[in-house]
Design a binder for this molecule. Sequence first.
Ligand SMILES: [Zn+2]
Length: 445
Amino acid sequence: MKLYNTLTRNFTNYGQTKKVNIYGCGPTVYNYIHIGNARAIITVDLLVSFLQFQQIEVNYIQNYTDIDNKIINKATAEEKTEQQIAEFYIKAFEEDVFNLNVRTPTKRVRVTEHIKDIITFVQKLVKIDATYEVNGSVYFNITNYQTEYGKLANKKLAELAVNARIDHDANKHSQYDFALWKQTTEGISFPFYDQKSKLYQGRPGWHTECVVLIDKFFHKETIDIHAGGIDLVFPHHENERIQFLAKNKSEIAKIWMHNGHLNVADEKMSKSLNNTILVRNFIKLYGANTLRYLLYTTNYTQPLNVTESLISSAQGETGKIFKVLKAMNLYLAEYDLNYNLIKHGENIKKVLAELGNNLNSPNVLTIISKMIKIINGQLRDKKLDLQLASDFYNIIFNIINFNFNLPVISGEIRRYLLEWIKSKNNKDFVKADELRKILLKKDIL
Ligand SMILES: [Zn+2]
């Protein structure tokens, strides 16, 4: 398969492989997630289910940033502890991704449970002289890494500062340097001693948290794919990369996979514009499948503009998928058939080829619409091709991970169904109508 790689600004092929190591930057847990966050999560979820469908083992780690200024501020405002805030929003996050039918990663890791590893990592960087200390904070010193720094963002050092989310901190020697360890006694803080047993009371910098988790959980190896939103490229990912490079003399990731921005009606979602769409509210209004469909309409690398009309068209299309799944279900019950999900036909091959091409989800949706047309025709003619139907089922549920709640056709319901079909054929419309009402009531039709 090939994926667009931000580092090389080209596609990176990686051929037949048995196992893929993936890291995705997770949420800072001080708020509910919005549909922009969902884009990053569902992009990786699509990749994971595509790989797993091909029996490729996926080792996917995602972090929770459960220590951050934003969490401290929220805790202060709500007169709670940071742990309470983090706990609450981790639970909310897990509910949301469960409702989005996101496959659970191999591990979801909380930063606060790995402070010791972070300290050891910072100590190592101190030891190799990649850092300097000012007023109890430890900073990464970019000076010795100027040839590498900026490669991910594809910018020269002088161009980097423009518009970037760089911390303005008077302690720093250069604006490009960043804190590995921040001196603070506000909120949760931890003791950290340097080689001379000098105490630093503080907490880790965000960029250091992710790189340490990768270093730890993938055993210092270069991972296959590092995923995240495009807004994380600089400085967050650039800083992760440079720390790993400094410590291990190797790349942190072979492929940097970034999803594009998501706007709502041509505007960036923001508090001030009051246009943020939370995942839980979206699901309540339009359903989780609609969100997935909507995200698949555009390749993940491209910006996506969410509009009323896009939502309603996505809702219409998911309705069509559900309808055809239900109709196939009835057909299978009527003829006492079962899907063959082990054998894969032409359409599955086509879908896998599209996804193997940098997750070309829009083309997958085109294949799905074509299949729906053919299947509907076959259902009308009572000549459903079981391989086509099985492929459709497999694609929807097992490759692109929709979650449609199909009614279960029990033995009793099947008897009603067969009787209904029989009375229609015998033109016994009164009886047919009665049975139809029963089947409708049981949500079978
Ligand atoms: Zn990260």
